[in-house]
Design a protein around this ligand. Structure first.
Ligand code: PXP
Length: 249
């Protein structure tokens, strides 16, 4: 199998910075460290409430790194304007609720198809790979292909939470849904990514799904960096991904 791409989400470096105000730790420095550790891309989510990444961070990361930037955002007019100014390699559209702790579910593409078709087209025309963050649900995947997305990112949160809780049957059922969803998406001509909640314990079976070409991982790695350094945390994730796909580094 081909080597998977690993996108590193640096949002939570900004979460720690913002807890104290000031400039430390710097998400741009984290993005550069991730690049040096072998990351294939950097993901950052500019939330409406700016609770972690801020506008200036997004612009500075875009400027600093040589690997692709994946701009995660809600499908709002404000974010479309900022994405146009930032010109990222990719835009990942996610649902956003102010009261949530993290992105809780996937986009309801099927129920919002007309608006999303109009929203995706200009982003794609400016050259961004447009990705929709969806649950592993056939309806949402079929709708993602219809609205003109190039990519779907499958929400792995339910699977990863079940692995963490030791709920083996839930994890197995959810892995089956993810496997089927990846197959369906690839058949529909979509590139398949996956992410949310991935840890060392949950990465292997996800990395082994053949249609998935990219994993985006943030919170666990930023936490693990406290113990191993960011470089060590990323190298170990990379090792587990390669092992699952039988890639010799
Ligand atoms: N992919 C998407 C679309 C996300 O919204 C997130 C969380 O911001 C991630 C990946 C990374 O999730 P985590 O931080 O749990 O690894």
């Amino acid at each position: 199998m081909d080597r998977l791409r690993l996108g590193i989400n640096v949002d939570h470096v900004a979460t720690i910075r913002n807890a104290r105000g000031g400039d430390n730790p710097d998400p741009v420095r984290a993005a550069l460290a991730a690049e040096a550790a072998g990351a294939d891309g950097i993901t950052a989510h500019l939330r409406e409430d700016r609770r972690h990444i801020r506008d200036a961070d997004m612009a500075a990361i875009r400027e600093a790194v040589s690997i692709p930037l994946n701009f995660e955002m809600a499908a709002t007019d404000e974010m479309a304007r900022i994405a146009r100014a930032t010109r990222p390699h990719a835009v990942c559209l996610v649902p956003e609720k102010r009261e949530e702790r993290t992105t809780e579910g996937g986009l309801k593409v099927a129920g919002d198809a007309n608006r999303l078709t109009d929203y995706v087209a200009p982003l794609a025309e400016m050259g961004a790979r447009v990705s929709l963050f969806v649950a592993p649900d056939p309806r949402q995947i079929e709708a993602a292909a219809r609205v003109g997305a190039a990519v779907v990112e499958l929400h792995t949160g339910t699977y990863c939470d079940a692995v963490a809780a030791g709920e083996l049957q839930v994890a197995a059922d959810e892995l089956t849904r993810l496997t089927e969803a990846a197959r369906l998406a690839a058949e529909a001509g979509l590139e398949v990514h996956a992410g949310h909640g991935i840890t060392y314990d949950s990465v292997g079976p996800l990395a082994a799904i053949p249609q998935i070409v990219e994993l985006n991982i943030g919170h666990f790695l930023i936490g693990e960096a406290v113990f191993r350094g960011l470089d060590g945390a990323i190298v170990e994730m990379r090792r587990r991904m390669d092992l699952a796909r039988d890639v010799v580094a």
